[in-house]
Design a protein. Structure first.
Length: 261
């Protein structure tokens, strides 16, 4: 099963390019869910979701809709005395799990999170504290792309997040690996000029994919789908709704899938 969606759905700059003018913010998710069957919640990186917030999101989506959530920054970036954050985060997922709308947790680590014993030891902690929940790891540093890493992920039932992003030194290349029952791909855009140097965070993700660039991924996504139970495909080039078109284009590469609307 392949799920196509975008990394987040609640962007003011999507009003006009995607959401019709005048659409209340409270209706954005319902509008979005007519097009897509999954979304990646990114606000959970900044604050642990409350059960009431997730209950409202569940109520606004069809029965077959799924949510993935980015792990809180204290779980991936600070990595200090954070055991309580893990427990709070897991507890908050109850509405998604009970409704059958929970996809997985995305643990996105910074470029400074390096390969080696210390990094592997911390990933074991992540696996232990998240119990048997499905977890996908997104690395930013190319040093992690080794057979040893993929073997470790498989041994610990951790998914690998495949990425499309600028082909810059030190960044993760567009490799495809299935290391758990979850396949996961994020399309960040290829704005090399603004990746490291930008005034606003959104500038990094201001990029429109060509059909040819996305077609490169069709066989890779098919390979993931063959080796996983669920495969999530997310467009993260979100500035002014470009991610919506990217996700639609990617879905069109698989004509056997029924359209959402």
């Amino acid at each position: 099963m392949i799920y196509f969606g975008t990394s987040g759905f609640s962007y003011k700059d999507w009003v006009g390019p995607y959401y019709p003018q005048g659409t209340p913010r409270s209706e954005w998710l319902e509008f979005y869910a007519r097009d897509f069957n999954v979304t990646e919640l990114n606000f959970s990186y900044y604050r642990v979701p409350t059960k009431s917030t997730l209950e409202r999101l569940v109520a606004k989506t069809p029965d077959d809709f799924l949510f993935t959530l980015k792990a809180h920054q204290d779980m991936t970036h600070d990595r200090g005395a954070n055991e309580s954050i893990f427990a709070e985060f897991v507890e908050s997922l109850e509405p998604l799990i009970q409704s059958g709308k929970f996809g997985c947790i995305l643990a996105q680590f910074p470029w400074s999170f390096r390969a080696g014993k210390g990094g592997l030891d911390y990933l074991r902690i992540v696996r232990d504290r998240l119990d048997d929940l499905p977890v996908v790891i997104e690395f930013r540093n190319r040093d992690w792309i080794t057979d040893r890493t993929f073997e470790f992920l498989r041994e610990n039932d951790l998914g690998f997040c495949c990425v499309d992003q600028p082909r810059l030194k030190g960044l993760i290349p567009p490799v495809t690996e299935a290391t758990s029952s979850i396949g996961y791909v994020r399309f960040h855009g290829r704005n090399a000029k603004k990746w490291w140097q930008h005034d606003e965070a959104w500038e990094r993700y201001d990029y429109t994919y060509s059909e040819e660039e996305l077609e490169e991924w069709a066989p890779k996504i098919s390979k993931l789908e063959e080796n996983t139970e669920k495969t999530f495909i997310f467009a993260n080039n979100h500035w002014q709704g470009q991610a919506v078109q990217t996700a639609r284009q990617l879905r069109m590469l698989f004509p056997d899938l029924e359209p959402r609307r």
